[in-house]
Design a protein around this ligand. Structure first.
Ligand SMILES: [Zn+2]
Length: 381
């Protein structure tokens, strides 16, 4: 969880004294259990793809964030999880040596639980003024939006959270109705009307770490531990943009001090830069345990439940595209044209149905003209 209370606080433990529940305490047992039952991570696919469904709950128009802002969040979390974040170069070398690309990738769902085509984005108007961490946003009965099967999808709810709350996540093993991540609309993404210093999409990176079983570095106790060997003990969560080395003599974590640039700390977005190898391994182990359903998910595949009208339309997949698209349902002499989101022509192919390579097409939103039809295409890295 990431909270802003003048200072940023965040915790897994139940803070009954302050009447604030922060992330689920019951989940801590589930994290260690799944880590123990993981058997042979070497047989996991090198890249694990998690289909994501984003539930936008909005009352004011600015809360109904754009597709472009949502896409920017997918781009930034994928860069962070793949250690492709441009600011990674700021990691001190002693910690960079422990860093890892996780081999975990997030894509907007292309197929809903019934096999129908989807953009992976659900928009719902609500009368709710503010959401808090009571999970009401996760149920249509309480004004929110019902989750898709969390065995097959990562559900992310985006709404207007109370001003102190940036986001929160369930841990592996949570009840299905509560499984997923909640993020405030103006800290979701890295393009759009965002609220500095939480404007680089790192709230989702942090919460996705929790969703995959990671705890805060300090284990939510002073000088505590997160159960991972290559992260140092820390006194507590940091804030702002600390300078290296940040020594806390109480925890004897010298000479390198706190790993304040770890995504599971609470520093500003601009200071959060890396996961460690130990963290990456624990996250991947979840796919042998409580998150193994994701490996069998059809959520990022091709829809199989099309109406007659949909089946008759030209179509392409995958969308989001990554390097190429496969086009179906148009004659072989049909021209295929690609325009950017501003309507500028990018490239064309007179090839009709079949495979179309998209070399060097930067991530973004495009219009794909298939004969007389235009469809939206998202390109992800
Ligand atoms: Zn947290």
């Amino acid at each position: 969880m990431r909270l802003f209370l003048g200072l940023v606080l965040c915790g897994i433990v139940w803070m009954s004294a302050s009447a604030q529940e922060r992330c689920a305490s019951a989940s801590i047992g589930a994290v260690s259990t799944s880590a123990q039952t993981a058997s042979d991570p070497s047989t996991l696919p090198p890249v694990i793809t998690i289909p994501v469904v984003v539930h936008i709950l909005w009352r004011m128009p600015e809360e109904n964030i754009s597709d472009n802002q949502i896409l920017s969040q997918l781009e930034s979390i994928n860069a962070d999880f793949d250690r492709r974040n441009a600011d990674f170069t700021q990691v001190p070398s002693v910690f960079a040596a422990r860093s890892a690309a996780t081999g975990i990738r997030f894509v907007l769902a292309t197929t809903d639980p019934e096999g129908r085509p989807t953009t992976g984005i659900l928009r719902k108007q609500t009368s709710a003024l503010l959401w808090i961490n009571d999970d009401r946003i996760k149920s249509s009965q309480t004004g929110g939006s019902d989750p898709w099967d969390p065995q097959s999808y990562l559900n992310i709810w985006v709404g207007n959270l109370s001003s102190s709350l940036l986001g929160f996540s369930s841990f592996p093993g949570a009840p299905a109705a509560k499984d997923g991540i909640v993020i405030r609309y103006n800290v979701f993404g890295s393009r759009g009307r965002l609220s500095p210093p939480w404007n680089l999409g790192r709230t989702l990176t942090h919460e996705a770490g929790h969703w995959l079983g990671l705890r805060h570095l300090w284990g939510d106790t002073p000088c505590g531990d997160d159960g991972i060997d290559d992260t140092p003990r820390q006194k507590a969560g940091n804030r702002g943009i600390p300078a290296f080395p940040l020594l806390r003599s109480e925890c004897a974590n010298g000479p390198d001090g706190d790993m304040f640039m770890n995504f599971m700390d609470l520093s500003d977005d601009a200071a959060l830069l890396m996961f460690t190898r130990g963290q990456a391994a624990l996250m991947r182990q979840q796919f042998y345990g409580l998150r193994k359903g994701i490996l069998g998910s059809k959520g990022a595949g091709e829809p199989w439940n099309l109406t007659a009208a949909q089946a008759a339309r030209p179509r392409f997949y995958p969308n989001p595209a990554c390097g190429y698209i496969q086009i179906e349902g148009i004659p072989s002499d049909t021209q295929v044209q690609i325009f950017n989101s501003e309507g500028q022509f990018i490239l064309q192919h007179k090839m009709g149905a079949g495979r179309m390579d998209l070399p060097h097409l930067p991530p973004g939103i495009y219009r794909l003209r298939l004969g007389r039809e235009e469809q939206t295409m998202i390109v992800q890295r």
